[in-house]
Design a binder for this molecule. Sequence first.
Ligand SMILES: Cc1cc2nc3c(=O)[nH]c(=O)nc-3n(C[C@H](O)[C@H](O)[C@H](O)COP(=O)(O)OP(=O)(O)OC[C@H]3O[C@@H](n4cnc5c(N)ncnc54)[C@H](O)[C@@H]3O)c2cc1C
Length: 265
Amino acid sequence: MSEFFLFVYLLEIGNISLLTTFVREFCGIGSFVDMDIPQELIDDKSMVFTFGPTGFFGYSPAGPPSGRSLLWWSNWETPAVPDRTAIDTADIKRQLIERHGTWADPIIQDILQNVTVDSIYPIWTTPDLPHWGETGAVLIGDAAHALQPTTGQGSSQALEDSQTLALLLAHYLPRAEDPNDELTTADAIKLTAKGLYEIRRPRVARIKARGRTLDKTKKSVNIVLEYSLYAFMWLLTNVPALGKLALRKVSLRSFADYGRQTGSW
Ligand SMILES: Cc1cc2nc3c(=O)[nH]c(=O)nc-3n(C[C@H](O)[C@H](O)[C@H](O)COP(=O)(O)OP(=O)(O)OC[C@H]3O[C@@H](n4cnc5c(N)ncnc54)[C@H](O)[C@@H]3O)c2cc1C
């Protein structure tokens, strides 16, 4: 998979400077379009994802059931970063039609007819960081690990981080306040940041790796890969047990396991 290292970002946490890069592999466009929405789509509250030979297209009713607002989006792999301040809207719409104009879904065709494209969204992920905090500053959520949207896990992982952070603080801070314990507040924060990284990082890394595999399904592919992809999608939806096996479970290392393994509690 090709990756584009777009810019270098200097992140300072305490006295540690992390020279890191943000990685972009895809661009996205999307908006809300005012149009007739088929009743079955409204009744199902469907979010429709279509994977095809030239990329990925998604849409979903966006407003109340009586509304006409349809959310749509299309992702594609880009060889260069488009300049967001000077986008050629006509060219982007032309490319959109080039990618999806022959797709069979009539709703996609309606959307293509109705939309005006006026913005694009480069999609960024963060590379693995060597830690998520030191000397009083702690990173959680996207600040620590911006994931690919394909994973659908950004919010969940941010929430799991915050819960783990709260549990670690609740464990270490009372020790720092105990006059009979030698642990200082600085030590408590340091151990919290270390524990957070050790508990959470392996799970996030595996979700990110799985996202990379899924991202391949959003690229332009040849006919063999295209039909392999359809077979995989069929498997996922019709034989869920096999689908789950193919995607592999991403285990959750719990706060309790960490405490037992490190002898912390
Ligand atoms: C198009 C798109 C689709 C997505 N779809 C999904 C999905 O289906 N499922 C899913 O789980 N996740 C999804 N995500 C990812 C999810 O939105 C993020 O992973 C999640 O919001 C991360 O939460 P966070 O609290 O770490 O960061 P954020 O939600 O980005 O919160 C950071 C907050 O800090 C504020 N802030 C920034 N700088 C400062 C400052 N200097 N001072 C004060 N405040 C500041 C920002 O305004 C923001 O409110 C999607 C993301 C995008 C962009």
